[in-house]
Structure formats: structure tokens, C-alpha cells
Design a protein around this ligand. Structure first.
Ligand SMILES: [Zn+2]
Length: 325
């Protein structure tokens, strides 16, 4: 759905509510407190009452739309904007386009990202490429004597392994989905755990570069190593061009839209990059699919609050639970 259609179809709070009630309950309203169906709508309002537990609720209870004063038609515009921009969008742009304060724009965008979290249904197979990248950290500028403006042509920030940047790992199935995670440490054990978690190792061929932490992959999966150091980049089907192309999308979108991303929220920006990439060929109504996920009752393991709460965002950082992965 494009923005104009969204604006026309969901012009009032009540129209939005009716739509969300349909997506969440499909005609069978259920009490979110006790799961009872003995509920009724309070006269001419959007408030429901449960006869079983005696509590009130609305369809927004326990969703990304809960507890905000932002009217739903504006929320829907934020969602539409974020789904329709392939390369990401800044809070500043949302602020301008929807007419919000910066703070509200930032917060609503973060909540939308919370509903984009989708790690549960990912199992990659076929030819799979795995690679790491580094994001963040301030570039170091050089100043000429007596000149206060940084010389951007001489940015000397260190790159890659061994810097203070945040390591992220991506695994992509050719022609299909990508999974993207901030990883606590780039150790062989953590990479192995991530491989096992997201890749169907019996039916996959994994292509990586020669980073030594990938060596142990040989023991559990068909594994091909590209020798970048020997200037080898492509050997027939063996290359990591898909994941490298994806990294440039992610990095450009971060560079183009966000001046700086705090390390704390980086996982949520990556969630958005992953979501947009994984739905690039989706033919149905993505707006509806997204809202359905945003109001669904069974949440993922990752978010308890549907808000950018520090504790929850931390859960998005990949850190295998048991030592044996
Ligand atoms: Zn109840």
C-alpha cells in the first residue's frame, strides 16, 4: 500500500482501530488478561470489558501502539514510510513527512522496528554465504594547522577486525533470506553457534572467507573458503558477493540516513535492514502483514515490551547460551 492509499483508507482513529481489531481477533475478541471470550464492547467506545476477570482493555493493549498519544492515522503513516523506503529512513525525515516532534518520530520508528523482529522462522539452506562486518565508531579526522574544518578526504579511521567497531555477522541464502546479528565476540564458538541456529547444516553449502574462526565449519557442514588474501574472489558459484552486496546496502543506509547510531540501538536498525531485505520480493500486502505481526498476541522471545527497552535490545545481541553452543 502506498502512503496516499494509507492516508485515504485510515483517515480516522476509529477506522484504524476497526482494522487492528480485525487483524488481531478476526471477529472473536479475546481478553488479553485472561484469554476469556466473555467480553463486550462498552457502549460506543473502543474499550472492551471482560466479564470473566472484570478488567477493561482495548485492541492496543500490549502492542507497539500501547500507551502513546500519537493518533493511529499518524502511526500508520510512520509504518507506511518505513515499509516503503528500501534504504531506511531517518527520524528527521519521519518528523518532516508525518508532522511529528523529533522525539515522537524517533520513538515511534523504534517501536516499529521492535515489531520487525523476526528470527524465529529462519532456516537457510542451499548455497549460503556467511561473513562479518564492522559498524560504528567515529571516523578520526585530520586537521590542518589553523583550520577547524575536518578534512574529510583524509579520514584515517581503522577498518575491520581489531577495531572498536561493533562486529555484526550476516548469513544469506542465495535468492532468499538474510539473517543479521550483532555478535558479542567473533569467536569460532559463537560463529559455529550462529551457523547451527540459522542454517540447515545437512542441506547447505556454506561459503566464507579465510577468517580462521570459520575453520571448524569443515567438521559439520560442506564448507568452501574463498582465499581473499590470494586475490581469489569468485570461483564459479563460490563467492561471497551476495553478502558483500548486502553489507554495502546496510552501510550506505546507515551512512545516508543516520549521522551516528549508538551501539545500544544498533541491533534494532539491523532488524529493519533484515526485514526490508527479506520482504523485497513479497507480493502480498506488506502493510497488512506487518500490522498483523505488530498486534499479534504471541510475541517473540526477544521482546517483552515492544518498546526499545535496553534489556530487550540486549537480547538481540548474539550470545550463545550454553558453552557448547
Ligand atoms: Zn479477562
Amino acid at each position: 500500500m502506498n502512503l496516499l492509499q494509507i492516508q485515504r483508507k485510515f483517515s480516522t482513529q476509529n477506522k484504524c482501530i476497526a482494522y487492528l481489531e480485525k487483524l488481531r481477533w478476526n471477529g472473536k475478541p479475546t481478553c488479553p488478561h485472561c484469554n476469556s471470550k466473555m467480553v463486550y464492547r462498552r457502549n460506543k467506545t473502543n474499550i472492551w470489558h471482560c466479564n470473566h476477570c472484570n478488567k477493561d482493555f482495548t485492541v492496543l493493549y500490549d502492542t507497539i501502539f500501547e500507551d502513546t498519544r500519537l493518533p493511529l492515522p499518524k502511526w500508520f503513516m510512520v509504518v507506511g514510510l518505513m515499509l516503503n523506503t528500501k534504504t531506511g529512513i531517518s527520524a528527521k525525515e519521519i518528523q518532516r513527512n508525518v508532522g511529528l516532534t523529533y522525539k515522537t518520530a524517533w520513538y515511534s520508528a523504534m517501536r516499529v522496528r521492535c515489531a520487525m523482529i523476526d528470527y524465529d522462522n529462519i532456516e537457510l539452506h542451499g548455497i549460503v554465504e556467511m561473513d562479518e562486518a564492522y559498524i560504528g565508531g567515529k571516523p578520526r579526522y585530520r586537521y590542518k594547522k589553523g583550520d577547524n574544518t575536518p578534512n574529510l578526504s583524509k579520514v584515517t579511521a581503522k577498518r575491520g577486525r581489531g577495531t572498536k567497531k561493533t562486529p555484526i555477522v550476516g548469513i544469506v541464502e542465495r535468492g532468499d533470506k538474510v539473517v543479521l546479528k550483532v555478535i558479542e565476540k567473533l569467536t569460532a564458538r559463537n560463529l559455529m553457534a550462529m551457523l547451527k541456529r540459522f542454517v540447515d547444516t545437512k542441506n547447505a553449502l556454506v561459503v566464507t572467507d579465510e577468517f580462521r574462526s570459520y575453520r571448524s565449519f569443515d567438521d559439520i557442514v560442506q564448507h568452501y573458503t574463498i582465499q581473499h588474501k590470494k586475490k581469489q574472489y569468485v570461483k564459479g558459484l563460490m563467492h561471497t558477493n551476495t553478502i558483500e552486496g548486502f553489507w554495502s546496502i546496510v552501510k550506505n543506509s546507515i551512512k545516508g540516513n543516520y549521522i551516528a547510531i549508538s551501539k545500544k540501538y544498533l541491533p534494532l536498525y539491523l532488524v529493519q535492514s533484515q526485514y526490508v531485505y527479506n520482504h523485497r520480493n513479497y507480493r502480498g500486502n506488506l502493510f497488512e502483514k506487518f500490522l498483523k505481526q505488530a498486534v499479534r498476541v504471541d510475541k517473540t522471545d526477544y521482546m517483552e515490551h515492544y518498546k526499545p527497552v535496553k534489556k530487550d535490545v540486549k537480547k538481540l545481541i548474539y550470545k550463545p547460551k550454553n558453552k557448547r553452543g
